[in-house]
Design a protein around this ligand. Sequence first.
Ligand code: NAP
Length: 355
Amino acid sequence: MTILVTGSSGHLGANLVRRLLKDNHSVRVLLREESNNSAVDGLEVEKVYGDLRDLSSVVAAVKGCDRIYHTAAKISTIYGDANFQQELYDCNVLGTRNILRAALETGVKRVVVTSSSAALGYKPGEPSNENTPFYPFNPTLPYEFTKVFVEHEALKAFADGLDVVIVQSWAIIGPNDFKPSRMGQILLDFANGKLPAYTTGGRDWVATKDLVNAHILAMEKGRSGQTYTISSEYLTLPEMMVIFEKVTGRKRPMLCLPIGLMASIGKVLDMIISPIAPNAPRYITAGGLKLLATNQTADCSKAKTELGYQPTSIEQAVIEAYQDFVHRGLIKNPKGVISLNPTPSQPTTTLVGSK
Ligand SMILES: NC(=O)c1ccc[n+]([C@@H]2O[C@H](COP(=O)([O-])OP(=O)(O)OC[C@H]3O[C@@H](n4cnc5c(N)ncnc54)[C@H](OP(=O)(O)O)[C@@H]3O)[C@@H](O)[C@H]2O)c1
C-alpha cells in the first residue's frame, strides 16, 4: 500500500512521514522542486515533484496511492495584498480541490485532510469543538478563511463519494521543524538568548507526536465525512516560558508586555509595514496576536471518544523540539535538556541541569 503525504517538507508532514516509515509503510511525498526539502533528506520515500495548484502534477502524484494525508497548506498571519491572497486561496482551497478530485478519479481509498482551529468558531469562556460554528463577520485572516473553505472542499468531495476525514490542528509544537514555525523560532530565540520580550494570552497547543497519532487514528478509525479537533493542552505564554526555562536552562526575558499592548504594537507595525512590504513575513503580526488574545481553548472529547485519542504533554513536545534544534546545531552553547540519542526524529529524554 502506497501512502501519499503532501506537505512533507513542513512541520506536521515531516513528523508524519517519519512515523509512517517507522510503521513500515511505503510513502510517496509531493514536493516542490524550488523549495527547501531538507525535511525529507535521507528518508526512504518516493519523491514526486509538482505543485498543488497544478492538477496534472497532482494527478501524477496521486496515481497508484491507496491513502493520502493532505497536510500541505500555505500558512500566514498577515493580510497581504491581492496577489498574496490569491496564492493562499489557490494553494489551500484549489489545491485541496485538486487533490480530492484526483483521489476520486484514481480510486484512492481514504484521504485525511488537515484543517485548523482557524475553521472553528469561538465563544468567550467556552471551549471550541467541531460543533462551534465559524462566524465570518468577526475580523478574520485570509488564511483562516481558506481553512474554512478547505473543509468545504472536503465535504463536497465526501458528498461526491470520496472517503474523507478532516483533522483540525491547533498550534503545533515539536521536533523536525525545518522552516521553522513561529513557535519553533520563538524557542530558538529563547534558547539562544535572543528573545527580547514575551507576552500574555494563551491558547490550546498540540504536540507534533499527538497530531501525527491523531492523523493515523483518523485514517484507521475516523468516520467518513467527520471532523475531529486535536489539541494537547492549554497554556498561557507565561506558562510556556516556564517550560522553556526548564528545558533550555535559560532565564526568560525580563520584559513581559500585556497582550493588549502587544496587539496594539502589532496593529501599528501592520499599518507601517503593509503599505511598503505587504507580503513580507514578520514575527509580530496583529493576526498572530489575535489568536493568543482570545485565549481560545479546545474540546477534543469527540476525538477521545471516537478515535481513542490520548493527548500527551506540551512540555515533552518542547523537550523534543529543543533536542532536535540542538542536534541540528541551531542552538549555541546548549545548557538545558541534552539528548543522548543522535537521531533527531526519535529523541530520548535526559534532563541535565534543569530543576
Ligand atoms: N503550524 C500550526 O501551528 C498549524 C495550526 C493549525 C493548523 N495547521 C495546519 O496543519 C497543516 C500543516 O502545517 P505545518 O505547520 O506543517 O505547515 P508548514 O510547516 O508551513 O508546511 C506547509 C507545507 O505545505 C506545502 N505547500 C504549501 N503550498 C503548497 C503547494 N502549492 N504545493 C505543494 N505543497 C505546498 C509546503 O511546501 P513548500 O516547502 O514547498 O513550501 C510545506 O511542505 C496545514 O494544513 C496547516 O494549515 C497548522
